[in-house]
Structure formats: C-alpha cells, structure tokens
Design a protein. Structure first.
Length: 98
C-alpha cells in the first residue's frame, strides 16, 4: 500500500489547485498586513475574501462594518502599497451567511 501524499504536495502538482492555494495565501498575507490598521471593534467583523486580477475583497459582517471599511479604504490601500508588492484594489462586500 503506497504512503499517503501530503496535501501540500498534491495541491502543488495540480495547476488549478496550486493557483487557488497561491491566491489564498496572498489574500491572507494582505489581510495580515491590514489587521493592525483596523479598529479593534472591527477586527472580528472583517474577513479576507477572494483575490483575483481585478482586486481583493474584504468581507464585512454587516452593512455598518462595510460602511466603516469604506471610510478606511484610502488608509488600508496605502498600507498595502507600503508593503512593496503590487497592491490590488480593495472591494468591500457584506458576508452572506448560509
């Protein structure tokens, strides 16, 4: 019986999954860079969302959080630009619960 392959290896070998894994890692890295800039009251109400060629999405828990994020958008985008990497435009969306 062959030994099971580590998940990371299987993901890396599949082109589409490798791309998805890279996008998830980039989204998480962008969020980690911004987390300290968010007011403490908002930190648990915001989650990193998908990142693609058009930009990056921050998911807000509700409309009030989304509104506050829109006010913070220039500062958040400046923080991403200061990180040195190409900063994707940020989109704000309300997280839909299942």
């Amino acid at each position: 019986m062959p030994l099971p392959e580590p998940l990371a290896g299987a993901l890396a070998r599949h082109g589409g999954l490798a791309d998805l894994t890279a996008r998830l890692a980039r989204s998480r890295a962008c969020f980690d860079a911004l987390r300290g800039e968010l007011p403490e009251a908002l930190r648990d109400a915001v989650q990193p969302g998908p990142i693609d060629d058009a930009g990056w999405t921050l998911l807000a828990a509700n409309a009030a959080v989304a509104s506050k994020l829109r006010h913070l958008l220039p500062r958040l985008e400046a923080v991403l630009r200061s990180q040195g990497a190409a900063a994707p435009p940020i989109r704000i969306r309300i997280r839909r619960l299942p």
